[in-house]
Design a protein around this ligand. Structure first.
Ligand code: OGA
Ligand code: ZN
Ligand code: ZN
Length: 350
């Protein structure tokens, strides 16, 4: 077998019992290995490949299939960037990814499909979750771990007398991501409808990755500004003083869109020379995010629970009149736990 991988890579990734614990974890670090290794001999026996080196006594052992597929597979990112997503505008979603709570709970196949939608489309709508206090936490616990914040394990979204956040009024809320003033940001959000009898109060979702890609295509200089300019988001309440400083559009090292933070309510004043180039870029992105064709309009009914990627999707609501009762409960969770649940379910169903 021709070995394309460098000697140090082969030595470092040896699968033998001296290099790996029975649990698969590696027992050595890079400084335990010689810096200038060369492959001196390769022995092939059936599926096993053994490699000896100049400069090290160790004989490294590999499974042939593992070695050839691992090395030949292109590096494809971590599943979080635009490359791994099915981005959309509203017309692309002839059907909204959804699942009945009873089916979700009854079997792993329905649960897997629902959770996969969160990874690919950015959200899933669950129907028929009991409209009970705290049920949103039960939903989060089916795939991961609730992220407790200063708002508690869950937060109530309804009109309050002395609101610390515009969410707790009857005012409209334009497309935004939640809690951009945290680092790490909660990467998943759940919104569960307990009642929605008010006139208005419709929900909207916008794919921020699609919007950012449109900005890149239409106004590359503005896109560039938003990826390079760190802005500060903050939230202040009697018991909290939160701030985080990140660009509105976050890229991975390959330049792929990986995270959107957008929230006009918590954006702090900028200082310095960047202001002049920032404002037109900020406006350009907001104008795209506000395009009606990008917004999926939904009306939550009691028992509906949206689960969405808060690093990608923006959510919004229209104003409502406070005569009828409108009450949502929300909580935060994280994508790593959901992705893990998806991977385990795929393993079980394979
Ligand atoms: C929120 C929010 C939307 C709504 O609480 O984060 O955006 O529909 N609420 O009330
Ligand atoms: Zn070894
Ligand atoms: Zn919100």
């Amino acid at each position: 077998m021709e070995l394309a991988a460098p000697a140090i890579w082969l030595r470092d990734n040896c699968s033998c019992g001296r290099c790996r614990h029975a649990n698969g974890q590696k027992l050595h670090g890079i400084t335990d290995l010689a810096a200038d290794l060369r492959v001196s001999a390769i022995t092939e026996t059936g599926e096993e490949i053994r490699i000896r080196f100049d400069g090290d006594e160790h004989e490294a052992v590999f499974d042939r299939d593992w070695l050839s597929t691992w090395w030949a597979e292109p590096e494809d990112g971590d599943g979080r960037t635009e490359d791994a997503k099915r981005t959309w505008s509203a017309a692309d979603l002839a059907t909204v990814p959804d699942c009945d709570w009873s089916a979700y709970r009854a079997g792993p196949a329905a649960r897997l499909a629902a959770l996969e939608s969160v990874l690919s489309t950015g959200f899933v709508m669950l129907h028929g979750v009991p409209a009970d206090d705290g049920a949103v936490l039960d939903v989060a616990e089916t795939f991961g771990f609730v992220r407790v914040t200063n708002y508690g394990d869950l937060f109530d979204v309804r009109v309050e007398a002395d609101p610390t956040n515009l969410a707790f009024t009857a005012l409209p809320i334009s497309p935004h991501t939640d809690n951009p003033y945290r680092d790490p940001v909660p990467t998943l959000q759940l919104l569960h409808c307990l009642s929605n009898a008010a006139r208005g109060g419709d929900s909207g979702l916008v794919d921020g990755f699609r919007a950012a890609a449109l900005l890149r295509a239409e106004q590359p200089a503005a896109f560039d500004v938003l990826t390079r300019t760190e802005v500060t988001f903050a939230f202040s309440a009697p018991d909290a003083e939160l701030r985080a400083r990140r660009p509105m559009i976050g890229l991975d090292t390959q330049g792929r869109i990986r995270e959107v933070r957008f929230n006009n309510r918590s954006l702090q004043p900028m200082r310095g020379e960047r202001v002049a180039e920032f404002y037109p870029a900020y406006r350009a992105f907001a104008e795209i995010l506000n395009r009606p064709e990008l917004r999926l309009v939904l009306r939550l009914a009691p028992g509906d629970c949206l689960v969405f990627d808060n690093t990608r999707l923006l959510h919004a609501r229209t104003a409502f009149d406070a005569v009828g009762e409108r009450h949502l409960q929300g909580c935060y969770a994280d994508l790593d736990g959901l992705a893990s649940t998806v991977a385990v379910l795929r393993r079980e169903l394979a």
